[in-house]
Write a protein that binds this ligand. Structure first.
Ligand code: DGI
Ligand code: FE
Ligand code: FE
Ligand code: FE
Length: 189
């Protein structure tokens, strides 16, 4: 899919605020791809498209989990976990986006996982640090990326903050989120 078509699809599908977030994730990701020798075009496309299914009804997301055979275990999670996997599968199935790196980057953008590819790591981080994000101490993550230039350390710090945040809010933590936390604890540079 061409960038222009992706932008149009997201513009037509998502509310303006989320559309603008998607563009900022793509821009932040592109900057990171230059620094970390990533694939700029793949990062841009994944950034634009990552939240495509963010506003689908839960029932619709569940139907897609079954249709795309994403695994019945996903049915015990809400849309915050499902919107990535469903978007990845739909883009592959209906829009012929068959690049593996882009697929995994969109699929895992919320939870992360162990051993992410470079596009996947960049999207995971860019989603957290795009300029309008205002989580407490997000500037620390921006500095790890743009000053220290440590991608894996940024993934670890984001996972850690996400897990602490979820526990504080009594939310269930997806296994992949924990696997990501543990893997990048051991592998962050
Ligand atoms: O879609 P975005 O808002 O841009 O960001 P996202 O897809 O990274 O995260 C969506 C939400 O999912 C966010 O509020 C954090 C939450 N989240 C991340 N990991 C987990 C999680 N929620 C649950 N329940 N479990 C997780 O492991
Ligand atoms: Fe998302
Ligand atoms: Fe995220
Ligand atoms: Fe996002």
């Amino acid at each position: 899919m061409k960038i222009k078509k992706a932008v149009k699809l997201v513009e037509e599908t998502l509310p303006t605020k989320r559309y603008n977030h998607s563009l900022r994730v793509a821009e932040t990701g592109k900057k990171m791809a230059e620094i970390f020798d990533g694939d700029i075009k793949k990062v841009e496309l994944a950034g634009i498209l990552h939240d495509l299914c963010k506003y689908e009804e839960l029932s619709e997301l569940y139907q897609s989990v079954t249709k795309y055979e994403l695994g019945q275990d996903l049915l015990s999670y809400g849309s915050e976990i499902l919107h990535g996997p469903v978007a990845a599968a739909r883009l592959k199935d209906e829009y012929e986006i068959d690049d593996e790196e882009i697929y995994y980057a969109i699929y895992n953008h919320t939870t992360g996982r162990a051993q992410m590819n470079k596009t996947e790591k960049i999207i995971f981080i860019a989603d957290y640090i795009e300029p309008k994000r205002d989580q407490p101490c997000v500037d620390e993550i921006r500095d790890i990326v743009f000053k220290e230039k440590k991608l894996d350390k940024a993934v670890y710090e984001i996972s850690k903050r996400t897990v602490l945040h979820l526990i504080n809010k009594d939310k269930t933590v997806h296994l992949k989120t924990i696997e990501c936390l543990n893997y990048y604890n051991l592998h962050s540079d």
